[in-house]
Design a protein around this ligand. Structure first.
Ligand code: AMP
Ligand code: GLY
Length: 426
């Protein structure tokens, strides 16, 4: 069976390594993949946004099943195009991917269907937004409507910062057309939890919860990044909270999308904040999170391909989705300077052999004269599983010590906050 995975980062590497466990799969292509995946799949130099080229490749290479992982191709309609060619796909169609593609859409959806989220106002011009900010409660949160490489959210601690954010998005167009409309919303406080879920539009099966570490530096300081590390499960996400989320957020979201004629099939990611007034949705993503996937999939005991196929066929309720009782930690090794300026092109040295509980998922690397060299900000995720969170964290850092490249940078406190939660409870 020929499988195609669209995308090229650490998340896709984790998906590919999990898919490989299924013996029906004989060949996996990654479009475009990256040089660090060379032992796991065949990388094809087609960009994840080049929908026509992706479709042509799929047809020519007799692809039996496609997994479209990143937000851009999903929002652009990659799944619709592949389905037109008769290729079964894991991932939402364009009309459902809008749940991530437009914050105005998702906020209005939550308001219409009573799904808990931060209060908000939508603006289509800077003048009204600026005048609203004269009296809005501060801190406040400014969000560009469209995709903005994960950078379209500004937490403004002062009125002045808020106004500057509006001007940069709506007048200076720093995120291009994504800033034509903006959402200004209530600042929420509380622990954040990422819950990825499988859904075929009929039922929704949450995966093990996780915690991202978005800031570049230890103790959550420095700039926001794509994610510097993750742990799973998230200790704040208790059984009671999970039940409440299922009743008030997960099922209502699936039903709301059905009622809007936008049935969601694929992985729906709930970015939640556990506030004093209960769990609220911070954001939806129409895809697996990165680097959440890197800790969630290693803990999946069921076969990923079987689950993905069941989702695509609308038979998720007939399939078992089981996670192990253990924990996992992913420490991202980045190029020093990320998310701003950094140098690349340095050879990466990997350990000769990985232990059974270890994984390395490569995100930013390319092949150069047969060597794997750094090519991006986030270079790789060092992942370890363990019976407990502490063992997983120790394992991930021990694995980092066995990997080297010039100018490597990592946070040293991934999982520290989560461990403190457990320790307080004991
Ligand atoms: P996003 O790019 O949508 O994931 O948002 C980036 C980060 O901004 C989130 O992970 C939160 O930490 C923070 N954030 C987004 N919306 C809010 C909000 N309403 N209140 C407080 N923090 C927020
Ligand atoms: N880790 C957050 C995201 O994938 O958007």
């Amino acid at each position: 069976m020929n499988i195609m995975v669209v995308g090229g980062g650490g998340r896709e590497h984790a998906i590919i390594k999990s898919l490989k466990k299924n013996s029906e799969i004989t060949k996996i292509y990654a479009l475009p993949g990256n040089g660090g995946m060379k032992d796991d799949c065949e990388c094809v130099a087609i960009g994840a946004k080049d929908i026509d080229a992706i479709a042509a490749f799929a047809k020519e290479n007799k692809i039996d099943f496609a997994v479209v992982a990143p937000d851009d191709p999903l929002v652009l309609g990659c799944v619709d195009k592949l389905k037109e060619l008769g290729i079964p796909c894991f991932g939402p169609e364009k009309k459902a991917a809008i749940i991530e593609g437009s914050k105005v859409f998702s906020k209005n959806l939550m308001k219409k269907y009573g799904i808990p989220t931060a209060q908000y106002e939508v603006f289509d011009n800077a003048k009204d937004a600026l005048s609203y900010l004269e009296t809005a409660p501060i801190p406040t949160v400014i969000k560009a409507d469209g995709l903005a490489l994960g950078k379209g959210v500004i937490i403004a601690m002062t009125r002045d910062e808020a106004k500057k954010a509006v001007v940069s998005m709506m007048e200076d167009k720093v995120f291009g057309d994504s800033g034509n409309n903006i959402v200004i919303e209530e600042f929420l406080e509380g622990p954040e939890v990422s819950v990825l879920s499988f859904t075929d539009g009929k039922c929704v099966v949450p995966m093990i919860s996780s915690m991202d570490h978005k800031r570049a530096k230890d103790n959550d300081e420095g700039l926001n990044t794509g994610g510097m590390g993750t742990i799973a499960p998230n200790p704040y996400y208790t059984k009671e909270i999970a039940d409440e989320c299922m009743e008030k957020i997960f099922l209502p979201t699936i039903n709301a999308m059905n009622s809007e004629g936008r049935t969601f099939s694929g992985c729906l990611y709930f970015g939640l904040m556990l506030t004093k007034n209960g769990p609220k949705v911070i954001e939806y993503n129409c895809r697996f999170g990165d680097p959440e996937t890197q800790v969630v999939l290693p803990l999946l005991e069921s076969d990923l391909f079987t689950v993905m196929k069941a989702v695509a066929e609308g038979k998720l309720s007939e399939t078992e989705v089981k996670f192990s009782n253990g924990a996992a930690c992913c420490v991202v090794m980045a190029s020093n300077g990320y998310p701003e300026k950094y140098e690349t092109g340095f050879e990466i040295t990997f350990p000769e052999k990985l232990e059974e509980n270890e994984e390395i998922y490569v995100a930013g690397a390319k092949l150069c004269d047969g060597k794997v060299v750094t090519s991006g900000g986030r270079v790789l995720g060092a992942v370890s599983k363990g019976a407990c969170l502490n063992c997983a964290i120790k394992g991930a850092y021990a694995l980092c010590d066995k990997i080297s490249f010039q100018n490597a940078y990592k946070r040293n406190d991934i999982g520290k906050k989560a461990l403190a939660v457990y320790n307080k409870e004991v």
